[in-house]
Every structure is written in C-alpha cells, then in structure tokens.
Design a protein. Sequence first.
Length: 214
Amino acid sequence: MTNLFTRIKNTITADLHDALDQKEKQNPIAMLNQYLRECEQETDKVRKLLERQYILKDEFTREYHQAAELANKRKHQAEVATRAGETDLSDFASAEYQQYTDRTRRIEVSLEQVGEQIRDLERKYEEMKHKLKDMHLRRMELMGRENVTRANHRINQVLDAHTYSDQSYSKFKEIENYLERLEHQVNSSFYRNTIDARIAQLEKEMKFEESKSI
C-alpha cells in the first residue's frame, strides 16, 4: 500500500513538473514573474520574523532592567535588615536578591542570543533584498531582449516574402493594389478636370476673338 501511494505521489509530481515545464516554454516571462512573487513573499516573511525579534529583544531588555532593579533593591534591604538585627528579614531579602541576580544573568544570555539572531536575520534579509533587486533588473533586461526579438520577428515576417504567411502577403498585396487603383483614379480625375478647365478657357477666348472680328 505504501509503495502504491509512493508511485501515485511520484506520478502526480512528475505530471505537475511537466505541466510547469510546458507553461514555462509557452510564457517564460510569466513563470519568471511567478517565481519573483514567491521570492518577494519569502523576503517579506523574513522581514516579519526580524520585526518579531526586535520586539522580543525589547521585552527581554525590559525584563532585564526590572530584574536588575529588584536585585539592587533586595540587596539594599538585606543590608538594612542585617544592620537592624532582623535575621529572618535579612535572609528573605538575600534569597530574593540571589533569585533576581540569577534572573538577570539568564536574561543577559538570552539577550545575547537574540542579538546574534537579529544580526544574522538582518544580514540574510539584506542579502535577500539585494538578490531580489538583482532578479528584478535581470527580468527587465530579459523583457527588453524578448521585446526586441518579437519585434524583429514581426518585422522579418513583414519584409521577407519567403517567411511570412500567404495570408499576410495577400493582405499587403491587396492594400498595394487598392493604393494603385486609388492613385490612378485621383490622377485621372485631376487630369480630366484640368483638361476640361483648359478647353473651357480656350473656347471662351476663341469666342471673344470671334466677337471682336465681327
């Protein structure tokens, strides 16, 4: 049964990887954007962990100052009780002083550990931000090259009659033929209107000359 589940798991994993590979081949920039979003999410998680460590450090610092203050207070009280001959009270204050002193030492160790953890997280967080920025720049570079490649491909399809499809070629030929017909019509109309105007002017001039000779 375990082997069966393992085979099923491996089959599903292989199918998933194959689907991702196909998607990557079809639109590599889209897959890159997805990977970048995942990296951004991981970077944000580290940022939140770092913020929690800062809060934890502040809490440890407050506990340390409180324990140190109480330790000094109990130490002073023990000295006063000893001078006053209050043995029980002096013993109680001394025991409290020892407990608070031990607590401050324990907190000191925790503070040092938290400080090291913060420094390590800060270093990793900065590295992740730099890497993320570099990946964004590389994506922009890839997008630029991809745009140029697509543009050149389309230009080649338009300019090279041997590579673009018959449909595209026929569309351009159709437009060229239309332009030629339109140019011929405009030119014919221009010349016809020019001739008509010129003949009319000549007829007018001839009639004028004939009227003068009568």
